[in-house]
Design a protein around this ligand. Structure first.
Ligand code: HEM
Length: 514
């Protein structure tokens, strides 16, 4: 009888604790944050219970993207962030809105952004909601890690993206691009005139990142690529489902599909890892390999003096993270830049002349890249007009001070990169025009209002890799083909995590050395 009574008390206490935590998470904490921000003059649209402002945002976006643009017009903030435009008009530069139960404050002031990104790399990071959304996809890899875990993971992978290591990837980039150009050439020779260049860029950047990650195991990596692409598509829908408490635990078709894809991807990654371990054990190789996976496996063997060690699960999460972070973003940068060059023939000719003069008919090498100034300006202008990552999120894990603002723990801060890059106040009256000349001068203050790769200690670790890749691919493409935008191209940028051309980018290609 006494045992039963104790059990009942424990059960009651457990239930009470869960109920209190749920109440705090879904109601008390959000209300507290709202009050604190309102006292500081930060207001926003009224949230609905559980859904916050999700429905309002979704309806504004679906209205704004329901029509394609009539011309190739880069004034796309109202189309892609209509809620941002509406709420800045109504509530001012700083406003607070609700993604389900998560309060998010939007800021555009460059001083505040700089302070947030440089000063608070461990005190602010990825929110629980973001982590849940990508949990089955990239897990706790670098992109979603927080605090000290993030710090250690960043230090482990950083050597793969500097100096001679970085230079060593150039050969892969050239080889993969050659293969793609040969395919294009034979298709042109067989009479094809129109090409959806986005597809080619997606395959090319996947090829490059898979070789960087898996080296010779690249063919096996290709199967992982297909599975990860499917998994990414499914996980992108997660934010629309998360508002419903416990929905992730339901055995729905959606959840089952995600689980089975994740299991399959990890089974294949485990096989690759095991075969590396076996080769080392039986003496067929002397190390785990020179690629990114090899480097991570070497780190796993070391006993971390810091108390942090890489588990096999974390290695798999990093492999998936690098694939995700380094593949689609780069493909989009290339696709949008080609679209811009195709619709601005004068710039295309200028860049071609520069490439011909610098490379003199050779394939571009790392040494050539720093002399490709005009190409660099065009790539920057493309990243400004069509930044693949449109928003930068950071959640405060403790109370922080940001300029004149007191940011309470639990508040997410969202930096609308796209809106900042198109701001007339920051870039002048021609902010929505393609004008690479603006990057000729050094006075545009990188990291302040030009933040395609974020800024501060938690910026994009693959930034130099991505710029090197973009220059190599574009230099090789432009010296082989002249391209013009096809009559069938419809300008319709949409955002699905990143900014994409809704129907792809159709081009006419003319071979320059038939
Ligand atoms: C044009 C191409 C690229 C763009 C525009 C881009 C942009 C970004 C941005 C904005 C972030 C910060 C995200 C955030 O904190 O919310 C980021 C982080 C990251 N990027 Fe990139 N990226 C590109 C290419 C790459 C490549 C090629 C790789 C790897 C080879 C890569 C790997 C990563 C990783 C691992 C992070 C997480 C860094 C951390 O949290 O410490 N990215 N990227």
């Amino acid at each position: 009888m006494v045992v039963l009574a104790i059990l009942l008390v424990i059960l009651f206490l457990l239930f009470f604790k869960v109920a209190l935590e749920t109440l705090s998470c879904y109601y008390l904490t959000p209300r507290r944050i709202k009050r604190i921000m309102a006292r500081q003059g930060v207001h926003g649209p009224k949230p609905r219970p559980l859904m916050g402002n999700i429905l309002e945002m979704a309806s504004l976006i679906s209205q704004s993207i329901s029509r394609d643009l009539d011309t190739i017009n880069h004034d796309i903030v109202g189309r892609l962030l209509p809620h941002y435009v509406l709420w800045t008009k109504t509530y001012g530069k700083r406003f607070i809105y609700w993604n389900g139960i998560e309060p998010r404050m939007c800021i555009t002031e460059t001083e505040l952004i700089k302070e947030l990104l440089t000063k608070y790399s461990t005190k602010a990071g990825k929110s629980w909601q973001q982590q849940q959304g990508s949990k089955h996809f990239i897990g706790r890899g670098l992109l979603m890690a927080n605090g000290q875990d993030w710090y250690h993971q960043r230090h482990i992978v950083a050597p793969a993206f500097i100096g001679s290591k970085l230079k060593s990837y150039a050969g892969n980039m050239v080889e993969c691009t050659k293969k793609m150009l040969q395919t294009l050439q034979s298709e042109v020779e067989s009479g094809q005139t129109e090409f959806e260049i986005g597809e080619y860029m997606t395959r090319l950047t996947a090829d490059i990142i898979l070789r960087t990650e898996f080296g010779s195991c690249y063919e096996k990596g290709k199967h992982i690529f297909d599975l990860l692409t499917k998994l990414q598509r499914l996980c992108a829908q997660a934010s629309r489902r998360l508002w419903f408490p416990g929905s992730r635990l339901l055995p729905s078709k959606y959840n089952r599909e995600i689980k089975s894809l994740k299991t399959e991807v990890e089974r294949m990654l485990q096989k690759i890892i095991q075969s590396r371990k076996d080769c080392l054990e039986i003496g067929r190789s002397h190390s785990f390999g020179n690629d990114l996976l090899g480097m991570l496996l070497n780190e796993m063997q070391k006993k971390g003096g810091s108390g942090f060690s890489l588990s096999q699960q974390l290695i798999m999460d990093e492999c998936k993270t690098f694939f995700f972070a380094g593949h689609e973003t780069s493909a989009l940068l290339l696709t949008w830049t080609i679209m811009l060059l195709a619709s601005n023939p004068t710039w295309q000719e200028k860049v071609r002349a520069e490439v011909n003069q610098v490379c003199n008919g050779d394939t571009p090498s790392v040494d050539h890249l720093s002399s490709l100034t005009l190409l660099n300006m065009v790539i920057n202008e493309s990243l400004r007009l069509y930044p693949p990552a449109t928003l930068l999120p950071r959640m405060a894990f403790e109370d922080i001070k940001l300029g004149d603002l007191h940011i309470p723990k639990g508040l997410s801060i969202w930096i609308p990169v796209l809106a900042i890059h198109h701001s007339e106040e920051l870039w002048g009256k021609d902010a929505n025009e393609f004008n690479p000349d603006r990057f000729m001068s050094k006075s545009f203050a990188p990291g302040k209002h030009f933040i395609p790769f974020a800024a501060g200690p938690r910026n994009c670790i693959g930034q130099t890799f991505a710029m090197m890749e973009a220059k190599i691919v574009l230099a090789m493409l432009i010296s082989r083909f002249r391209f013009t935008i096809s009559d069938s191209y419809r300008h319709a940028p949409v955002t699905v995590l990143t900014i994409k051309p809704k129907y792809g980018v159709q081009l006419y290609l003319n071979s320059l050395n038939p």
